[in-house]
Ligand binder design. Structure first.
Ligand SMILES: *Cc1c(COP(=O)(O)O)cnc(C)c1O
Length: 330
């Protein structure tokens, strides 16, 4: 379902301007047009599980503009499965027709909206209610956690690590660091597990866009545990060392005012990269994380490195609800 391999492209004009390591973008914003972004890589494996397990519906959850929910809705539509989305927040009239939410409506999935308080307090109940409603209609449903980050989804970025390994050979580079935006942890978890097998000299860094480092250490450990328990033999082949949890590197300090809240500096950087390199980031994930990467380079964190990788995880549709804020800088 994902259009892979995606390109790996150097940001040469940015490098000429700033010096420091040459940043290579792994263009996972190009995994598809509607399924674009990192989520489809996880969903390929999750959908396979749904198919093989006899499930005919998918249920998942996320914020109002969740890229994961939109990708899940279209994976379901492409496979002829039912889909229900549990969304956090209540749509203002305007956002009814914006970005990911607009696409969700086109996909034909059912949607329930819940206040943040209700969502945070009762998410398992909301899943159970949707599951029993679908069951009553004759559709056994697979429940997919936030971001598709679980023991199945992790395979998406293990496979992507193998792909990156061959990208590095093709471009004759040996990067020592890779940076990615971390929101529910599954992408980083997959990259840690995959890279420790395919490119062991490389360290994976996640710039968290919500919560904090302690939260993600715990969350990623939990994903590893689930993966180990479900796929013991495969996991052992990939990870003989069993020290994956020691390789969890979170770069903290770039959440700003909160998840989904974007600063003027991040928007300015996004505008700059659009003009300098023709690359568009999103305000919620990639823009924040890339801004964090540049700030860390300025502080000297990656100073002796020649080539460095940033995974562009997509999120374009999440840009559109920020039109008003962008208008103040463009
Ligand atoms: C979900 C998402 C991320 C974060 O990936 P996780 O696996 O949830 O940590 C990064 N970028 C974009 C655009 C996303 O939609």
């Amino acid at each position: 379902m994902a259009h892979t391999p995606t390109p790996l492209q150097p940001l040469r004009r940015l490098h000429a301007e700033r010096g420091g390591p040459l940043i290579w973008l792994k263009r996972d914003d190009m995994t598809g047009s509607i399924l674009s972004g990192n989520k489809v890589r996880k969903l390929e494996f999750i959908a396979a599980k749904a198919k093989s397990g006899g499930f005919t519906a998918l249920i998942t959850c996320g914020g109002m503009q969740s890229n994961h929910c939109r990708a899940t809705a279209f994976v379901a539509a492409q496979l002829g499965l039912k889909c229900h989305l549990i969304l956090r927040g209540e749509p203002a009239d305007k956002s009814m027709a914006e970005g990911n939410l607009l696409l969700n409506r086109l996909s034909g999935c059912s949607i329930s909206f819940h206040s943040t308080a209700e969502y945070n307090a009762h998410l398992p109940d909301l899943f159970a209610a949707a599951e029993s409603r679908l069951q009553d209609q004759g559709f056994p449903a697979l429940k997919i956690p936030t971001g598709g980050s679980n023991g199945d989804g992790i395979w998406g970025y293990i496979a992507a690590s193998e792909e990156l390994c061959s990208d590095f050979r093709h471009h004759h580079i040996q990067p020592r660091s890779l940076v990615v935006a971390t929101g529910s942890g599954g992408t980083q978890a997959g990259l840690i597990a995959g890279m420790s097998h395919f490119v062991p000299q490389l360290s994976v860094y996640g710039v968290n866009v919500c919560d904090d480092a302690a939260y993600f250490h715990h969350k990623i450990e939990k994903d590893f545990d689930e993966w180990h328990n479900q796929y013991r033999d495969h996991a052992k082949q990939l990870d003989s060392s069993n020290v994956l949890t020691e390789k969890i590197n979170i770069i903290e300090g770039y959440v700003g005012d909160g998840y989904g809240l974007v600063s003027h500096d991040v928007l300015k950087m996004m505008q700059k990269l659009s003009r300098l390199e023709g690359v568009v980031f999103d305000p919620v994930y990639t823009g924040k994380a890339f801004h964090g990467l540049l700030a860390e380079i300025d502080k000297g964190r990656f100073k002796d490195e020649r080539d460095l990788v940033f995974v562009h995880t997509g999120g374009l549709f999440g840009l559109f609800p920020y039109a008003d804020q962008l208008a103040t800088i463009v």
